[in-house]
Design a binder for this molecule. Structure first.
Ligand code: GTP
Ligand code: MG
Length: 200
């Protein structure tokens, strides 16, 4: 897919204040620091579009970006960031939960997983929660430039085994590196395909 335009629209904490034009939307979620904002910049080819940081907890709002005037990319805050304190973490988790459960135009949620780590309970539980709520999602393994292919395969196989304990089939899986622009075409083509089928 050709990205002609990518523009910031609005940031907010409330799902009710998100754009109401009903255009399809694709959101990025995952633990803090997993690379959600970096991936949005990589996909759009606009380096400073979404704000990134080497310190976890950078994104604290729901951020909408409109792509080609047709669909939205949404950068969400990360979950599971302990240093924010219990109150701060609960507030962020509430923002995420309400967005996920109430956002009717959410077409696909991409769950980002740091490919360097073995299966994490918090991510598996989060995906279980998505399943219970009927939220369509796909998985993206990020930062693949930081790990060897053999380690990557090991980690991914363990994840799949963990998922198959509760799921009969696996969601679509992608591999990305924002550093090396890996996985860009795969993710964008997937979005394009969904946009095409939902238009019909
Ligand atoms: P929060 O907003 O805090 O939840 O984090 P985030 O998930 O948006 O992560 P962000 O994109 O801010 O990236 C966190 C750190 O990881 C930054 O230092 C990025 O440069 C780095 N990073 C992100 N993606 C990649 C990648 O594909 N490869 C490498 N090597 N580093 C990455
Ligand atoms: Mg971020």
């Amino acid at each position: 897919m050709n990205i002609r335009t990518a523009e910031f629209v609005i940031s907010n904490t409330e799902v009710m204040k998100c754009p109401q034009d009903g255009r399809p939307e694709y959101a990025f979620i995952g633990r803090s620091n997993v690379g959600k904002s970096s991936l949005i910049n990589m996909l759009t080819g606009r380096k400073g579009l979404a704000m990134t940081s080497s310190t976890p907890g950078k994104t604290q709002l729901i951020n909408h970006f409109i792509i080609n005037d047709e669909w939205y990319l949404v950068d969400l805050p990360g979950y599971g960031y302990a240093q924010r304190g219990k109150k701060g973490r609960e507030k962020i988790e509430e923002i995420i939960r309400l967005y996920i459960e109430r956002r009717d135009s959410l077409t696909c949620l991409f769950v980002l997983i740091d490919s360097r780590h073995e299966a994490q309970q918090i991510d598996l539980e989060f995906m279980e929660y998505l399943g219970e709520n009927g939220i369509p999602f796909s998985i993206i393994f990020t930062k693949t430039d930081k790990i060897s292919n053999s380690r990557l395969n090991e980690n991914v196989e363990k994840y799949k085994a963990g998922l198959l304990e509760t799921w009969e089939e696996l969601p679509p899986v992608f591999f990305t590196s924002s550093e090396h622009k890996k996985g860009r075409d795969e993710v964008l083509n997937y979005i394009e395909e969904i946009n095409r089928t939902t238009e019909e």
